[in-house]
Ligand binder design. Structure first.
Ligand SMILES: [Zn+2]
Length: 159
């Protein structure tokens, strides 16, 4: 019987938001019990555990430190129409169909990595921007972003 974790919510202090637990979270232990009760050999058990599609954690804070909002903006083809200091304005990469040539409704701070769009109302940091643009959950977006930039995601090592 699977662990009753479907629909469970996890609190990520880094995010400051409640997010749904990733699919499959909490299923590793029942798999181990199943392996044990099937009286498999140790070698078989190890092979099964290694082959399980576990989701290794990503250090999102580290990822944000490594990948700048400027890199994400470049991937999205953003061209600023205005700006001063670290602040840039331009057409929103998230709603390009309504963006005009000299649009200033999307603003982004290159130092903090925070963005805000006065048209679609979306805001967040560089990872939120990539997730919204690529229409993926944060975890998948983080992995995809690292792949695009040919970098190893900052996995959280559990042992
Ligand atoms: Zn927008």
């Amino acid at each position: 019987m699977p662990w009753p974790l479907t629909g469970a919510r996890v609190f990520l202090p880094d995010e400051g938001l409640e997010r749904p637990a990733p699919a499959g979270a909490g299923y590793e232990v029942p798999w181990l019990l199943l392996s044990l009760t099937c009286s498999r050999t140790i070698v078989e058990m190890v092979a099964i555990l290694w082959s399980q599609p576990t989701m290794p954690g990503i250090d999102f804070q580290q990822l944000r430190a490594e990948i700048s909002v400027a890199e994400v903006l470049e991937l999205l083809g953003f061209i600023a129409t205005n700006g001063s200091g670290d602040q840039r304005y331009g057409p929103c990469p998230l709603n390009p169909t309504t963006a005009k040539q000299r649009d200033r409704r999307f603003s982004v701070n290159l130092r903090s990595g925070r963005f805000f769009c006065r048209e679609c109302g979306r805001f967040g940091d560089q990872l939120d921007l990539w997730a919204a643009a690529s229409k993926q959950p944060l975890y998948d977006a983080a992995v995809a972003l690292c792949n695009r930039l040919h970098r190893e995601p900052p996995w959280i090592q559990h042992w």
